[in-house]
Design a protein around this ligand. Structure first.
Ligand SMILES: [Zn+2]
Length: 395
């Protein structure tokens, strides 16, 4: 999404107002580094569109009392769909402040058929809207999260992990046509970063990078100057195919080799361990159970399991060091679906980052490891729709 300066300032103003209990025009102008005339025009537009309301000024002792501006939560609502394990999906409706107004867990079967997906998702959106108390016309944007590389700008899924032979499908426009509202599409790692920025600890930061180690796969995302970084072609980033080996690298499902995801994901750890264990079929029948077994093996000091985790840590550290050296993001957050994943890779990962990052940048980069909380998923999907609403494309 490309925003012109004033649109960008409006997005930032709305985010600041959302995080606060109310701000005066002077406080907003200071925070946004804007002059009085610009902030007057900007807030007039937000008031006109009824995204923001003014509270009567309160006397605070000295000086002239200032009018407080705050988000009007009922101005618009956003709906989101996030696929969960076990052929289910979380459907959530949030108000303009991001408060969850409605939540429903619905069955989400037949995800392997990409062509049928738009109709299926539209029906689930419709069901949640019908069940909620929010007037339909107030729901102004839908966010959809899919486990695939997506063209975020055009809402196209280019390849589908459940069936790689399927052709690209313009999922978001097809759902938008059925629902009669704009639909924004994103992938899983990207919305975890959105959740951290909108609801989590990274709310005050306009710049940070995130690496997400998911149940099996992995990916990354980056916020820069308060906006999610989307590529020239509209594609969400794919950190798992960053190359960490250029000779004799492990093969990757993308067709290349030496990709980070072939070393640092839970899938890669299981592959390395199962190959040597000689029971790969058992592993893929129940990968989650198998991950528990590889953790137990590592805990018991079994060499193959320990070295699979060590390799994952070194690979991730190498890729993160490369990312810091290239982009200077200032902040890296590594999140994982499994607590044990972090515990077993953290030491090797940090040691590699410390060794491979340019010292001047390493000193200035904060890095945290954290387990993914379940609520991050709906929050991220909601943030996806909220961000589109705040950016002013539909209000
Ligand atoms: Zn790859």
């Amino acid at each position: 999404m490309h925003l012109f300066d004033l649109d960008y300032s409006k997005l930032r103003a709305l985010k600041l107002l959302r995080r606060s209990d109310g701000l005066s025009r002077v406080e907003l102008a200071d925070a946004l580094h804007l002059n009085k005339a610009t902030i007057t025009a900007l807030t007039a537009d937000l008031l006109r569109r009824q995204l923001v309301v003014e509270a009567a000024p309160q006397a605070t002792g000295r000086g002239r009392p200032r009018t407080q501006l705050s988000i009007y939560p009922g101005a618009a609502y956003a709906i989101s769909l996030y696929p969960l394990a076990g052929e289910r999906a979380s459907l959530d409706i949030v108000d303009l402040r991001g408060e969850r107004i409605h939540n429903r867990i619905l069955e989400f079967r037949g995800q392997d058929d990409l062509e049928a997906l738009p109709a299926r998702c539209a029906a689930m959106f419709e069901q949640a809207i019908a069940e909620s108390a929010v007037p339909r016309e107030r729901i102004r944007h839908a966010g959809l999260v899919l486990p695939a590389p997506v063209d975020h700008r055009r809402g196209i899924v280019h390849s589908w992990p459940f069936d790689p032979k399927q052709r690209a499908v313009a999922v978001a426009p097809l759902i938008a046509e059925r629902l009669g509202m704009p639909v924004t599409l994103d992938n899983r790692a990207t919305v975890i970063a959105r959740a951290e920025h909108w609801f989590g600890t990274e709310g005050e930061r306009d710049n940070f990078s995130m690496v997400a180690l998911l149940e099996l796969g992995m990916n990354g995302a980056r916020y820069c100057a308060g906006q999610m970084q989307i590529g020239y072609n509209g594609m969400t980033p794919d950190f798992s195919h960053v190359k960490i080996a250029f000779e004799d690298g492990r093969p990757c499902f993308c067709g290349g080799s030496g990709c980070l995801g072939s070393y640092a994901s839970a899938h890669a750890i299981l592959t390395a361990w199962a190959g040597s264990e000689g029971s790969s079929q058992d592993v893929w029948r129940d990968p989650h159970g198998a991950f528990s077994r590889v953790v137990q093996a590592a805990r018991a000091g079994e060499e193959r399991a320990s070295s699979a985790f060590a390799m994952a840590g070194k690979a991730l550290g190498t890729a993160i060091a490369g990312h810091i050296n290239e982009h200077d993001p200032g902040r890296i957050l590594v999140v994982a679906a499994q607590q044990d994943m972090l515990a077993f890779i953290e030491a090797d990962c940090f040691a590699t980052i410390d060794r491979q990052t340019i010292p001047a940048l390493r000193q200035r980069t904060s890095i945290d490891f954290r387990t993914i909380e379940e609520s991050v998923y709906w929050k991220g999907a909601a943030a996806l729709a909220l961000e589109a609403l705040y950016a002013g494309k539909v209000l």
